[in-house]
Ligand binder design. Structure first.
Ligand code: 26M
Length: 820
């Protein structure tokens, strides 16, 4: 029996009740009668976890039996997971059983679901993408393991005080971590600092040795990632930092208790908090410590625990491919070199041949200021051996370059891994490109611009290294869980199976002209609007007006995403209403919902938040608007709110300056939930429009070549202000202090920047945006036509399933076999 398959608690109400009461009584240590909702939630989560655990053990057993097999190691500093309970119930088909079991205990499962604090271990798109990808990998049964950091504090909780963002710590662990499985007995040592020494080995070869200055311990926490209805449960392994005992002992023995405790705190700081900046990396030492910490733990873990004992490291490329989620884990490249050369005694050339095959790099940006660089001085102090290795990688790379491009020293300097100005530093994107088999962008346009602009020299040198994998989102969380009404309608129309085969949504096309189906489709939207109305009333005390077009812009706050352009539009709509220029009865009632967190140190972004709140307050209180316009800005937009908001949206705002948004993934979620997009020719918008058809997408603004041309000519925002009467009125109204209780100073920085700088050309695209919004309004007036368009958006966007993204990575980059 002990060697046989693991026995799961039975999939019956009775079995579930028993397991639940066991967790409640002997895990939480309370009887049902006096248990709190927190007790009940924790016991429920633990119960569900035990069902997952049985599958997890079974998945691991099968994997061991089918070795050797190439695996993917997904390395990401962020996983924006969202709530776990509903996802686990739905993946394991336990939802009904669990609901009935709770009922049998006199508990409404909905009340418990609301108890869960979502793990927000990511900033935005990049972290959420990682979460979608691991869901799809489990659903495809791909042999894979995901690695990251178990931050004690995730993305901050956003509150507004007098319209301004105030950050609160996200203490997501304070009510327990029922989904995490800690393994404190497995300690992974990680070293930092110190120096290197040259020495001559037994074989007479000269080598380098790292003599570290200090170290910490990595503690393993496993989180289970269930595949959808396939019995597979994969692993997300997150690392937590702890002080080494040796370190403590040493200081304790010296008699300094307080110093020893301080040392402990110092070590634990490494996994303390997620950095909330997601555009302009600050080059903070602690951030580099985080990156090396999780990467070193992960590689060590893979080599010593996932690979069988005594396996030959020369076989590594047949056993593993590490996917680098942006440059954050790129220190993994010199780390693997260090292990192969210093610990396994391989020759440099052989080690480099192996290392290069074990990594692939995904770039997520086009903004030059977002590319990570680390000062050489910092690297030398924190990771002296890695710096040495990077120097040697660079030397050999530059030698090759000089051979390939004789005399072209300018190009050699541009491509160098080490930059000389403004400070000697390591360009992580260059290191990643040199050390990877493949480099990919995240949407067709982005990958093209990567080749033509950001990494142009590299793509000329190695054209075959570059590829595209368009992002995707998981239909499990973002349709099936978040939109049960639409899920029901789709299943009733085309049958089951589409949730893990999203191309089948195409079968809905036939119904876009069916009046009965359209009617039902509208009923779904209406129900979702009712649901978000309840959520916002309860969550934030916001009373949404009813019967409005719901116009939604949710994403991190960034100048390039142009929340300011949306604001100008709102001010124009408002101005039309209060000036009596239009008959309020003739305009389509519209509610605009914003959701956006600003990086705490990003001044302009925080000013924009203040202005949106100011405009919302003024517009919503003005009787002249007559219920035709409403602006809502619920604080703390997160995955949980997204799941309620996106299914209710009519209009999806994707209005970044062309050539700046690498892909976007919110855009995909909206289209899949039957919202129409108003958007620029940017990121994955391009592919959305191609798929849904021009007539079902509201395109506006300059395309990327037009942007480049305007910028080359010299962009003068003032010209647009002077020559466009609508724009002038909108800006003047803001500048007059109308939205800030007459306070002009409160808006002067914002207005000043717009008129004299406007880095992302909002004014240049304003007229085109306004015109497109007027087309939206006209289209919305014809609800039959609108429904047709919305249905076609759902039917034609199955391509954006992250299952498809994962298949693309498998076919074009990883070359692994799927099957549990
Ligand atoms: C880097 C260094 C130090 C601290 C933080 C960072 C950092 C963290 C997150 C930098 C960037 C981060 O995220 C960028 C991001 O979310 N990019 C988005 O990725 C999505 C998935 O590919 C795309 O859809 C978006 O277009 C892209 O903006």
């Amino acid at each position: 029996l002990a060697r046989g398959p693991v026995i799961s608690p039975p999939h019956t109400v009775e079995g579930f009740v028993k397991a639940f009461l066991h967790e409640l009584n002997f895990g939480q240590g309370v009887p049902l009668a006096t248990s709190s909702q927190t007790d009940q939630y924790l016991a429920l989560a633990r119960t569900v976890r035990s069902y997952l655990m049985a599958r997890w053990l079974e998945t691991a057993r099968k994997r061991r039996a089918s070795q050797p097999q190439k695996m993917v190691g997904y390395l990401s500093a962020e996983y924006l997971l969202g709530r776990q309970l509903d996802n686990a119930l739905s993946a394991t088909e336990l939802r009904e059983v669990a609901t009935d079991a709770m009922k049998a205990c006199g508990i409404d499962i909905e009340d418990l679901r609301a108890q869960e604090v979502e793990p927000g271990l990511g900033n935005g798109g990049l972290g959420r993408l990682a979460a979608c990808f691991i869901d799809s990998l489990a659903t495809l049964g791909a042999p894979s393991i995901a690695y990251g950091i178990r931050y004690e504090f995730g993305i901050f909780r956003q509150t507004f005080v007098d319209g301004r963002q105030v950050e609160q710590p996200d203490a997501w662990l304070s009510s327990g971590d029922p989904w995490g499985v800690p393994h404190p007995e497995l300690e992974v040592p990680v070293n930092f600092g110190g120096h290197t020494e040259r020495y001559v080995g037994e074989d007479g070869r000269e080598r380098s040795r790292w003599v570290p200055g200090w170290g910490v311990i990595g503690l393993r926490y496993n989180y289970m990632v269930p595949g959808y209805h396939n019995g597979v449960v994969n692993t997300l392994r997150l690392w937590r930092a702890r002080a080494t005992n040796a370190f403590d002992l040493h200081i304790f023995n010296a008699g300094d208790y307080a110093e020893a405790v301080r040392a402990q705190t110092f070590a634990e700081n490494i996994s303390k908090v997620l950095y909330p900046e997601d555009s302009t990396p600050q080059g903070k030492e602690l951030r580099l410590q985080q990156q090396y910490f999780f990467v070193a733990c992960s590689i060590k873990d893979f080599l010593t625990h996932t690979m069988p004992k005594g396996f030959d490291v020369r076989e590594l490329p047949e056993r593993i491919i590490f996917q680098l989620n942006d440059t954050h884990p790129v220190i993994a490249i010199p780390e693997l070199m260090r292990i192969l050369v210093d610990e396994h005694d391989l020759e440099w050339d052989q080690a480099w041949g192996i290392t290069k095959q074990c990594f692939a790099y995904t770039c997520h940006t086009l903004l030059p200021e977002a590319l990570e660089v680390w000062p050489v001085s910092l690297m030398e102090r924190l990771l002296p051996r890695h710096m040495e290795i990077i120097y040697r990688i660079n030397e050999e790379f530059l030698d090759d370059l000089r051979e390939a491009y004789p005399g072209d020293e300018l190009r050699v300097r541009r491509m160098s891994i080490i930059a000389d100005h403004p400070e000697r530093s390591v360009r992580m994107a260059h290191l990643a490109t040199v050390g990877s088999v493949k480099v990919n962008g995240v949407a067709a346009l982005h990958s093209q611009l990567l080749k033509d602009k950001v990494l142009n020299d590299f793509s000329e040198l190695w054209p075959d290294r570059f590829t595209n994998v368009t992002n995707g989102v998981t239909p499990r969380r973002f349709i099936r869980q978040s939109n049960p009404a639409l899920t029901g309608l789709i299943t009733e129309t085309i049958g089951k199976g589409w949730v893990s085969d999203l191309d089948r949504l195409a079968e809905l096309q036939a119904y876009s002209d069916d009046p009965e189906f359209r009617e039902k489709f509208r009923a779904v939207k209406a129900a979702n609007k009712e649901r978000i109305t309840d959520v916002l009333a309860k969550r934030d005390g916001i009373q949404l007006p009813q019967g409005h077009m719901l116009d939604v812009m949710v994403k991190r706050l960034h100048e390039y995403k142009r929340q300011s352009l949306k604001m100008l539009h709102i001010v124009t709509l408002y101005d039309r209403l209060i000036s009596g220029e239009v008959d309020p009865a003739s305009v389509t009632p519209r509610t605009v919902v914003f959701g956006a967190k600003a990086a705490p140190g990003y001044h302009m972004a925080k000013e924009t938040i203040f202005l949106i709140n100011s405009i919302a307050k003024t517009v919503n209180a003005d009787p002249r608007v007559q219920g035709r316009l409403f602006v809502a800005f619920p604080p703390n937009y997160n995955v949980t709110l997204a799941e309620k908001l996106i299914p209710a949206a009519d209009l999806s705002e994707q209005i970044s300056l062309a050539g700046k948004e690498a892909s976007g993934t919110g855009n995909m979620k909206f289209a899949l939930n039957g919202a129409l997009t108003i958007g620029t020719d940017d990121g994955a918008n391009v592919e959305i429009r191609e798929l849904v058809g021009d007539e079902n997408f509201f395109l506006f603004g300059m395309d990327e070549p037009a942007v480049a041309e305007l910028q080359a000519r010299g962009y003068r925002p003032g010209d647009y202000y002077e020559s466009d009467a609508n724009l002038k009125r909108a800006i003047d109204l803001i500048a007059s202090g109308h939205f800030t209780d007459g306070n002009r100073d409160a808006v002067s920085a914002f207005v000043g920047d717009l008129l004299s700088n406007d880095r992302f050309l909002a004014l240049a695209d304003y007229a085109s945006y306004l015109e497109a919004q007027d087309r939206v309004e006209a289209a919305y007036a014809d609800q039959e036509e609108w429904s047709r368009k919305a249905i076609l958006n759902v039917a034609r966007t199955g391509f954006f399933s992250s299952d498809r993204s994962m298949r693309d990575y498998i076919d074009r980059i990883w070359h692994i076999k799927t099957n549990a």
